[in-house]
Design a protein around this ligand. Structure first.
Ligand SMILES: *Cc1c(COP(=O)(O)O)cnc(C)c1O
Length: 442
């Protein structure tokens, strides 16, 4: 394909994408196919002679679409959200065209520098402690990973390396294998399965901390403290704790303000996995959920879930860059360049130009636009709803303000109220709410 045809086909593809997303509601969200459906629809071998572009495009509807689960259908409520926005898709096109790989500053200065700056922008939106921001006097900073699972593993490997170094520093005679076989890591029994798998990959014990329904499935400080004591008494070496803010089954939040100081006192690396819920911390009213971050060694969440940056973009911050760089440093001659010490960069793997997506999205939505997206509703909607409810004179409520939000209170007041009255009130409220939502932009 020459550039002239690419110009034409590119515009057609943009139309195809816009049509797909504008009409996605009409497609069945879940495909009606059996395993192996696709093999029978395409040849056994790659074509000897080239196919035409038209043939390829025709097969999108014939071969691909029947087997697609439409994650961006408004009827999709499975797993978790996965981000998708036009600015991010456009940035991805540009990133594909530049096609650089930023494994060092010299490999593409714009790629590595933009990543560091975007991580600072996002870190500031989240009001992370200065330690985690690269453009300060702190020793930390952010790096983009492919997935939260990767971030958990990277943190675990860095923690393992730090633990071994610390122990060898105090006892140089001790054989290293003797140390790793004693290491023990912890996470909630509600943690994502990738945490357990990280333990398997790293070859260390990973213990699940039991949680209770009565504690809303959050890990309690007391439970962690007791397990650490028991394990130390048994000769084990606790070295890593992965806290979850927003667990996969129930969006539970571990009490990191309690857990963090325990980890700090025991020199246990605390990693925070906030893959899904993390995006919400850009709103001041949700930011308290991140209190305790000041005790963490590393923190991660997925803008590719809930912050409009298309997959993949999983953002990870560490308090000390040297913990990551030190753990995985490779120094081959072909990666040496004249500005080796110039950066604050710590590209531990092949970084693509993923930061372009962040740059486009952050600039074109602005913090306000991103916050509106998380909140998906305005005070105006609630105010209008309350007016409608009270004007109807069937039921009567009053509002309140919570962190700048207009909230409708529903208090059960009269001695004579029975559940049928509440059900009737609820029916009325939902009916009026639906009317308001149809009328107002939201
Ligand atoms: C979604 C999720 C993960 C997995 O994220 P990936 O980026 O797909 O690895 C891990 N932990 C939590 C809490 C999640 O919500």
């Amino acid at each position: 394909m020459e550039a002239a045809e690419f110009r034409r086909r590119g515009k057609e593809m943009v139309d195809l994408i816009a049509d797909y997303l504008e009409n996605i509601e009409q497609r069945p969200v879940y495909p009606d196919v059996e395993p192996g459906y696709l093999r029978s629809l395409i040849p056994e071998e790659a074509p000897e002679e080239p196919d035409t572009y038209e043939d390829v495009v025709k097969d999108i509807e014939r071969v691909i679409m029947p087997g697609v689960t439409h994650w961006h259908s408004p009827y999709f409520y499975a797993y978790f959200p996965t981000a998708n926005s036009f600015p991010a898709m456009l940035a991805d096109m540009l990133s594909g065209a530049i096609g650089c790989i930023g494994f060092s500053w010299a490999a593409s200065p714009a790629c590595t520098e933009l990543e560091t700056v975007m991580m600072d922008w996002l870190g500031k939106m989240l009001k992370l402690p200065e330690d985690f921001i690269a453009g300060t006097h702190g020793q930390g900073g952010g790096v983009i990973q492919g997935t939260a699972s990767e971030a958990t593993l990277v943190a675990l490997l860095a923690a393992r390396s730090r633990a071994v170094r610390m122990i060898l520093a105090s006892d140089p005679q001790r054989p290293e294998t003797g140390i790793t076989s004693k290491l023990v890591a912890y996470s909630s029994d509600q943690a994502h399965c990738s945490v357990e798998r990280a333990g398997m990959i790293a070859g260390v014990r990973m213990k699940k901390i039991p949680t209770e329904q009565s504690d809303k499935y959050a890990v309690q400080g007391e439970t962690l403290r007791r397990m650490i004591q028991e394990d130390k008494a048994a000769g084990l070496i606790p070295f890593y704790f992965c806290a979850t803010l927003g667990t996969t089954p129930s969006c539970a939040f571990d009490h990191i303000t309690e857990l963090g100081p325990i980890c700090n006192a025991e020199k246990i690396w605390m990693h925070i996995d906030a893959a899904y819920a993390g995006s919400s911390f850009i709103c001041p009213e949700f930011r308290p959920l991140l209190n305790g971050i000041e005790f963490a060694d590393s923190f991660n969440f997925n803008p590719h879930k809930w912050l409009l940056v298309n997959f993949d973009c999983s953002t990870m911050w560490v308090r000390k860059r040297s913990d990551l760089i030190g753990a995985f440093k490779m120094d081959p001659l072909y990666l040496k360049h004249d500005h080796q010490e110039s950066g604050r960069y710590f590209y531990t793997d092949n970084s693509l130009f993923r930061s372009l997506k962040m740059w486009f999205v952050f600039r074109m939505y602005g913090l306000k636009g991103l916050q509106d997206y998380i909140r998906k509703g305005s005070n105006e909607v609630n105010e209008t709803l309350l007016k409608r409810i009270n004007n109807g004179r069937k039921i009567h409520l009053v509002p309140c303000q919570l962190s700048g939000q207009f909230v409708l209170r529903f208090a059960v007041c009269a001695r004579t109220t029975e559940s049928r009255h509440i059900r009737e009130a609820w029916r009325l409220i939902t009916q009026l709410a639906e009317e308001v939502m149809q009328e107002l932009p939201h």
